[in-house]
Design a protein around this ligand. Structure first.
Ligand SMILES: [Zn+2]
Length: 241
């Protein structure tokens, strides 16, 4: 995918996350720079549903803008650079405050996949608590030190909750990160509904692994095409990943 198309893909991802209620006025998605693995692309500080191609900025992994041109970056951009720094295979990162995940970050109840479409979230979603190493803060990831602590906690995982704040998702492409983010919110909502009815039978570890092995471009592009339509964005290059 050429650079301009990748920018358009990132704009589309922002619009989709907004339309699928994963982000509201806050939250963001980035992509690693296709030619410079030590850089990433992320919008200026703006609500995701409003983002245009000109809003997309380039950053070095420590969060320094390459050519800011008066554009104000997100305060929490360090989440993205710290994960790219720790995980060479990660190509896209989402940070959001999607409402249904929040209760799982502030209770002992573990968020775990219970629907086959949600296996992408991983076997279990652990919760990072900023207070553990940083004490009383505004809970925002405002420095590389905090970003690196979160990245260390995420380890090789795909998803982590952030206590009293939101969550983070690491994907191998923009579409993969969007797919996981949408189904993380869906699983959280369904898990609360199921728990209200009684004891929940979650997917087994073997089921999760089997489903993850089968979740490729065919599945992800089918969702992407539908979400593009709903977000009124053009569908591009369905077979490129
Ligand atoms: Zn946040």
């Amino acid at each position: 995918m050429n650079f301009d198309l990748l920018i358009e893909e990132l704009v589309t991802a922002n619009r989709i996350l907004a339309h699928e209620d994963v982000v509201d006025s806050f939250g963001h998605i980035s992509v690693r720079h296709p030619e410079r693995p030590d850089r990433y692309l992320l919008s200026r500080a703006r609500a995701p549903d409003c983002i245009e191609a000109d809003d997309i900025m380039e950053f070095t992994l420590d969060g320094t803008p390459v050519d800011a041109r008066e554009r104000k970056p997100y305060l929490e951009r360090f989440i993205h650079g710290a994960i790219y720094e720790a995980r060479p295979e990660v190509r896209s990162v989402v940070h959001n405050h999607s409402p249904s995940v929040i209760p799982f970050g502030v209770t002992r109840q573990k968020l775990r996949p219970l629907l086959h479409m949600c296996a992408s979230i991983g076997h279990e979603v652990p919760t990072w608590d900023s207070g553990e190493h940083f004490g009383d803060t505004a809970l925002l990831v405002e420095s590389m030190e905090m970003g690196r602590d979160l990245a260390r906690f995420l380890g090789a995982g795909r998803t982590a909750l952030m206590r009293g704040h939101g969550c983070v998702v690491a994907g191998t492409s923009i579409r993969h990160a969007v797919f996981t983010s949408v189904y993380l919110e869906a699983n959280a909502k369904l898990q609360m509904q199921a728990m209200a009815l009684g004891e929940v039978k979650f997917l087994t570890p073997g089921e999760v692994d089997t489903i993850i092995a089968r979740t490729g471009p065919f599945t992800i592009n089918r969702a992407w095409e539908n979400w593009c339509r709903r977000a009124d964005r053009p569908v591009r290059a369905l077979d490129n990943e």
